[in-house]
Design a protein around this ligand. Structure first.
Ligand SMILES: Nc1ncnc2c1ncn2[C@@H]1O[C@H](COP(=O)(O)OP(=O)(O)OP(=O)(O)O)[C@@H](O)[C@H]1O
Ligand SMILES: Cc1cn([C@H]2C[C@H](O)[C@@H](COP(=O)(O)O)O2)c(=O)[nH]c1=O
Length: 215
């Protein structure tokens, strides 16, 4: 009999690269494959963590310090991980998460300039050894993502950042992926959506085949 352990898939990328569009595709793919899963997101995923998300994303006159931002991100993650993600994985349910801690290294680390060591200390405290089993990184030039995100209208606190911030975030994501090629798959998100989804489908099929789950 196969091992009862859910797999943890995260989806990452800069603003407007198409995470929402492709999450919908992955949801359909996992459903068609007959894999039991939950779909969730960070920051957020539980009522309390969604309140923290709102604090993080809402533009405000009072500046938020980098450390306050980092601690809020991990406060939301602690709640999300312990009340939703871990119980699902323990029950054999797969977890599909729109962003996880790679976003913290990319945004609060590369973007805001907080040290890797500081982030790793919180990562250890909140997550222990928990990491996604597969991370799909949607990568596109910053201009492409911002043009797509801009079409949505009002910008949140992160989307209001300077172009250089998003260049650092993108470079950070690519550095993280390069350092852990076993876990990351980089998807060229500047392609037409159908091609992006073809590539994601191929990665998922390889992952499922290697996981011993049927699909
Ligand atoms: N590969 C693509 N080619 C062209 N347009 C795309 C592509 N992917 C997404 N889009 C369009 O770009 C816009 C932003 O996409 P989407 O909302 O999926 O991005 P996102 O990264 O999930 O942003 P957020 O997480 O903030 O919602 C949407 O209008 C979507 O239809
Ligand atoms: C998990 C996480 C997220 N962020 C930022 C990145 C985005 O700007 C927003 C989330 O919005 P989206 O709908 O996913 O685009 O939050 C962050 O800075 N650090 C994190 O750890």
């Amino acid at each position: 009999m196969g091992e009862l352990r859910g797999r943890f898939i995260s989806l990452e990328g800069g603003e407007g690269v198409g995470k929402s569009s492709n999450i919908a595709f992955i949801v359909d793919w996992l459903t068609d494959a007959g894999i039991p899963f939950i779909q969730t997101r960070e920051p957020g995923g539980t009522p309390l963590a969604e309140e923290v998300r709102e604090l993080l994303l809402r533009p405000r006159d009072e500046g938020m310090t980098e450390l306050s931002e980092l601690l809020l991100v991990f406060a939301a993650r602690a709640q999300h991980l312990h009340t939703k993600i871990e119980p699902a994985l323990a029950a054999g349910t797969w977890v599909l998460c729109d962003r996880f801690t790679d976003a913290t290294f990319a945004y609060q680390g590369y973007g805001r300039g907080l040290s890797r060591d500081t982030i790793e200390q919180l990562q250890q405290m909140v997550q222990g050894a928990r990491r996604p089993d597969l991370t799909l990184l949607l990568d596109a030039p910053v201009e492409v993502g911002m043009a797509r995100a801009g079409e949505r209208g009002e910008l949140d606190r992160f989307e209001q950042e300077q172009h250089s911030f998003f260049e650092r975030v993108r470079a950070g994501y690519l550095a993280l992926a390069e350092a852990d090629p076993q876990r990351f798959s980089i998807i060229d998100a500047s392609q037409p959506l159908a091609d992006v989804q073809r590539d994601i489908g191929q990665v998922l099929q390889r992952f499922v085949d290697g996981s011993g789950a049927s699909a």
